[in-house]
Design a protein around this ligand. Sequence first.
Ligand code: NAD
Length: 291
Amino acid sequence: MVLIDGKATANQIKNEIAEEVKAIKSKGERAPHLAAVLVGNDGASLTYVGSKVRSCEKVGFDSSLIRLPEETTEAELLAKIAELNQDDTLDGYIVQLPLPKHIDEEKVLLAIDPKKDVDGFHPSNFGRMALELETFIPATPFGIMQLIERYDIDTQGKHVVVIGRSHIVGRPISILMSQKGAYGNATVTVAHSRTKDLKALTQQADIIVSALGVPGFVTAEMVKDGVVIIDVGITRVEDASKEKGYYITGDVDFDSVAPKASYITPVPGGVGPMTIAMLLKNTLLARKWNS
Ligand code: NAD
């Protein structure tokens, strides 16, 4: 069994990005610049945005954190987005989700200039991805594809079962793995909350990508020997015995499934660290494509 080390792979990608940034700067050009917009004071969002900004500094990017109060109106946020779209010193930006309930997320995502949409959530970028055109691929599925590629996992003609159909993970990874290419060409089944007899499907799967957010959901009897397991789930489980009062776990019952797997991602330390690395990669691509 090979334990897929997402942390080491993410660090390797960040080092590669840092080298490219050095080369850009040595030509006298400005560094890539990523901005993050955070509305309100949600604790988890603050943590995510903070670590995105810190990662920018590590690879030599410029970064801006734009914090707006919880009571910001939709019109005010849209005005800020129009301003960011016009800012020539900015290569890409993200609007941290979830937004406060009085703001229509869809309207906001549609307002982002697709050329600066480094999250890859704009319909035009999502459409380009589905049509196999050059674009920003959403960071988490992009990270999964990088792990598969860098660990040289064979996907040709394999049966992939994706559990979950969200717009940020399940749906895009199902599209990417079924596309033509060295790490595509898989036959993909997308399972979701209405799927009947999921176990019968997962038992046939060569590769399982689990993105539903239920701890211990994928158990040993659901998988065959030699399966590749990509566990995207991240759930905080309260536990008074831990220093932080909780621990982080994935969707897969790691202890029982790992002995049957050929490759498996741990949680934490698997897909999670890749997400920020791929956001940085998209920002570097934005710098190249928009200059
Ligand atoms: P979501 O929470 O929006 O949706 C869950 C999906 O699971 C739905 O499509 C639903 O149909 C499916 N589902 C629910 N119950 C099911 C069942 N019994 N059988 C089959 N399918 C079922 O999905 P999301 O936003 O992709 O998040 C999924 C998990 O991945 C969460 O734990 C989230 O925290 C995590 N996540 C991790 C990263 C990362 O960087 N590693 C990024 C995004 C999300």
